[in-house]
Design a protein around this ligand. Structure first.
Ligand SMILES: *[C@@H]1O[C@H](CO)[C@@H](O)[C@H](O)[C@H]1NC(C)=O
Ligand SMILES: *[C@@H]1O[C@H](CO)[C@@H](O)[C@H](O)[C@H]1NC(C)=O
Ligand SMILES: *[C@@H]1O[C@H](CO)[C@@H](O)[C@H](O)[C@H]1NC(C)=O
Ligand SMILES: *[C@@H]1O[C@H](CO)[C@@H](O)[C@H](O)[C@H]1NC(C)=O
Length: 540
């Protein structure tokens, strides 16, 4: 056995509370370093994981414990976050600056997380600075346990397809633009699994069916995904098995993940896989190849076009994405056995994006507060009772109409509350929001201003439960979320320059009982930084 595995097994046996012991462990050792990449034909300094760009996929099964030892060989502090992994009772492992100390250059940190009661397609990404513009991301798939029925036959292949806009400028140059108070320029291209035009083929055999797990890991653009001559059957969205509806193209907003099935049922040749930007006046397009093993013809013909500006098209597609109530999710019982529509909401939180200048620099915010980073993770300040790091309820739970200002915004909510959150968008761009620690029900979205009568049109029966949702221009999106996961959870814009410039806050889901049943203790290997430096992680 290699030495690092022995060490990891030792960690495994000393670190875990007994309740997790029966579930399997999977071990990963990752080395994060800079290395040359050439995605748009120019040499760039990419962030590689074990030499790879994009990073390696994580393949897990529901309830697996994932032990991921990340060595930071960059010259900057680094953190990875796990988009859509719920980190039940364990926000310490979330890997965002509000929960976890950065891994210093030359050091390592072992994430100890469990994909408890989850299935589906997600991804990981670097959460500090503007690292996401350089790589360091990869796919996460969580398969169902062997005896839990999956509502479609096992596919003949299962591909991760990471799509996203891309810049020729490196992440430090992009960050410098934002630090100067300027807006991010228009991207230079779109990548599919880190590759440029037609550099990549997905191989299929005639007559067989494949699963594609498509995630938009880009910085800002909504993208449309389609395959020449082929239809796609949507089967899963961020952990929910959907009604299996057929689409000829699919909008994937920034931060979102979708699984589709495609059948190689056309003439044996090569076909274009196309990704293009949505809602932009200049349209960026990228292509890969769907290659039949018995193909007798290279890709040819015009690249199939997709929707460009049409917002109604996108809104209608979003509304057509529903939960299959009779299919199982991570548990054997059907997804529809949780009747979210019959639970009374105890609170309504209305969140509107804000954009404006603070000290002559561009900033973004939510309900007029632009999030200001602090030296100490809020979760550690909470745990060690360090005052002066943040104030609970330093952000209003409804739009204030006031001017934008900086603060370390934390919204407090009660453990076990069942809340309605309305995202309001008065701007002319599509927004995309993500909440860590949860899956939420997307009960409604529409144009105009939200009002209490908007509730009359909510889908209280088969709305999809997911982790990232779009809000169309001059529109609103409403979600229901059961706050059953104690912790400090990042709610952020997935438009990366906007989250960097403050369009985010932390939701402190709080229980005053301090019970180990509700929240795990701080991990014994937790890195300590800022005002938490030198504290002891074992007061229990
Ligand atoms: C990580 O990769 C870098 C670059 O290849 C190498 O110099 C370094 O020794 C590696 N570190 C570890 C811990 O494997
Ligand atoms: C760093 O890696 C070593 C094994 O190489 C491990 O023993 C140690 O716990 C890791 N550090 C952290 C903070 O996880
Ligand atoms: C990014 O590009 C700038 C300008 O070319 C260069 O000075 C800087 O070192 C680069 N940063 C990285 C991380 O490669
Ligand atoms: C819903 O899931 C069931 C499995 O429980 C499956 O038989 C059925 O085809 C699915 N229906 C749709 C419309 O996707």
């Amino acid at each position: 056995m290699p030495l690092n595995l022995v060490v990891l097994l030792l960690i495994a046996t000393t670190f875990f509370v007994s309740s997790r012991a029966e579930d399997p462990y999977k071990f990963f050792t990752w080395n994060v370093s800079y290395g040359p990449i050439y995605p748009l034909g120019v040499r760039q300094q990419g962030i590689l994981i074990n030499g790879q760009f994009p990073g390696p996929d994580i393949h897990a099964v529901t309830n697996d414990n994932l032990i991921i030892n990340v060595f930071n060989s960059l010259k900057d502090p680094f953190l990875i976050s796990w988009s859509g992994i719920q980190q039940r009772r364990n926000s310490y492992e979330d890997g965002v600056p509000g929960t976890t100390c950065p891994i210093p250059p030359g050091k390592n940190f072992t994430y100890i997380l469990q994909v408890k009661d989850q299935i589906g397609s997600f991804y990981y990404f670097p959460s500090l600075a503007f690292h996401k513009a350089a790589g360091g991301f990869g796919g996460i798939r969580i398969l169902s346990r062997p005896r839990i029925p999956v509502p479609f036959p096992d596919p003949s292949g299962d591909y991760t397809v990471l799509i996203g806009d891309w810049y020729k400028k490196n992440h430090t140059s992009l960050q410098a633009i934002l630090d100067k108070g300027k807006k991010l320029p228009f991207p230079d291209g779109i990548l599919i699994n880190g590759r440029g035009p037609n550099e990549l083929s997905f191989n299929v055999e005639q007559g067989k069916t494949y699963r594609l797990r498509i995630s938009n890991v880009g910085l800002q653009n909504s993208l449309n995904f389609r395959i020449q001559g082929h239809k796609m059957k949507l089967v899963e969205v961020e952990g929910t098995h959907t009604l299996q509806t057929t689409y000829s193209s699919l909008d994937v907003h920034v931060g979102q993940s979708y699984s589709v099935l495609i059948t190689a049922d056309q003439a044996p040749q090569d076909y274009y896989i196309v990704v293009s930007s949505r809602f932009t006046s200049k349209i960026l397009t990228a292509t890969s190849v769907l290659h039949y093993s018995n193909s007798n013809k290279k890709v040819s013909g015009p690249i199939p076009g997709g929707p460009t500006i049409q917002i109604d098209w996108s809104l209608n597609q979003a509304r057509s994405i529903r939960t299959n109530l009779t299919a199982s999710g991570p548990r054997p019982n059907p997804q529809g056995s949780y009747h979210y529509g019959m639970i009374k909401t105890t609170r309504t939180i209305r969140l509107a994006s804000s954009a404006g200048q603070v000290d002559h620099k561009q900033r973004y915010g939510i309900n007029s507060v632009s999030y200001k980073q602090v030296d100490t993770p809020l979760k550690l300040a909470d745990f060690f009772k360090i005052s002066g790091v943040f104030r609970p309820n330093s952000i209003s739970d409804k739009p204030t109409g006031g001017g934008i200002y900086l603060d370390t915004s934390v919204l407090q909510a009660d453990f076990r509350a069942f809340v309605e959150i309305v995202f309001e968008n008065q701007e002319i761009i599509v927004q995309s929001y993500h909440l860590d620690g949860y899956q939420f029900f997307v009960v409604g979205m529409d144009g105009g201003q939200w009002s209490s009568s908007s509730r009359n049109n909510y889908n209280l029966r088969d709305a999809v439960a997911r982790t990232t949702v779009q809000v169309y221009p001059k529109s609103w999106t409403a979600i229901y979320v059961a706050l059953d996961n104690v912790g400090m959870w990042n709610l952020r814009s997935e438009f990366w320059a906007r989250q960097y410039l403050g369009q985010q806050f932390y939701l402190r889901v709080y229980s005053d009982t301090n019970s180990l049943r509700d929240e795990f203790p701080i991990p014994k290997n937790a890195l300590l930084c800022g005002r938490a430096t030198g504290r002891h992680t074992r007061p229990f």
